[in-house]
Design a protein around this ligand. Structure first.
Ligand code: PLP
Length: 241
């Protein structure tokens, strides 16, 4: 099986990020490209690492952990240095998968979408003497099928969330409803930024600097509206099976 042209795709996505940043008078270094490798095997991740990519997104903790372990095994077999990368968990985490998510040693969890999972992850980190860096996922559209806190629910829950000693909140994340026209995502990105600005005034001691928003079809719009993390899968790795 031949791999897609991952190095070229990454180069192209990086150029598009730099152009979008320039048009928005933003520093491209303030935007982290999270390469979403879900459903693809370790070879794809390894090819992206070889092309200089460091941040990867996975949406299922078990799949992430298996992939990391296979990467370590393959590096050992080939007498290579252990791979270095930052893992971002971007999908909903079921309570019974919290320990697996924790075992992935994520650099950032983008998808804290309810108090229960926040508490579970906090307990794991407290017991381990560690902290977890997280974003709070918001369902700004109010679409019933989407994960995430509703804006009012988040306002109500925030005092409790910010009290969890081992969770370090760094901002918000959203996934707009799917629409074949990427332009329809813009109001959702604007709504997320405005909610962030509001929360930053209300809770000035928390870091609200990060906004995780934008995927393959709409990351340029997200950058124009303030994204600091774009989660890009198919534009780098090709279509998913
Ligand atoms: C799969 C996924 C992405 C990447 O989607 P593409 O359209 O392939 O870029 C981004 N964010 C989340 C939460 C995902 O699950």
């Amino acid at each position: 099986m031949t791999l897609p042209p991952i190095a070229e795709n990454l180069e192209r996505v990086r150029e598009r990020i730099a152009d979008a940043a320039m048009r928005a008078s933003r520093d491209p270094d303030g935007i982290t490209l999270v390469a979403v490798s879900k459903t693809h095997p370790w070879d794809y991740v390894s090819a992206a690492i070889a092309a200089g990519q460091r941040d990867f997104g996975e949406n299922r903790p078990e799949e992430a952990l298996e992939k990391i372990e296979s990467g370590i095994r393959i590096s050992e077999r080939d007498n290579l240095q252990p791979p270095t990368f930052n893992l971002h968990l971007i999908g909903p985490i079921q309570s019974r998968k919290a320990a697996i998510a924790y075992a992935c040693n994520p650099a950032m969890i983008h998808s804290i979408d309810r108090l229960k999972i926040a508490r579970k992850l906090n307990d794991l980190a407290v017991a381990d003497g560690q902290v977890l860096h997280v974003l709070l996922e918001v369902n700004v559209s109010g679409e019933a099928s989407k994960a995430g806190f509703g804006p009012d629910e988040l306002r109500r829950t925030l005092p409790e969330l910010l009290d969890l000693p081992a969770l370090r909140v760094h901002g918000l994340m959203t996934i707009p409803p799917f629409d074949p026209d990427p332009g329809t995502a813009r109001p959702h990105f604007i709504a997320l930024r405005r909610l962030r600005d509001e929360l930053a005034l209300a809770y000035p001691h928390t870091d609200w600097s990060h906004l995780s928003m934008g995927m393959s079809d709409d990351f340029e719009i997200a950058i124009a509206e303030g994204a600091t993390h774009v989660r890009v899968g198919s534009a780098i790795f090709g279509p998913r099976a």
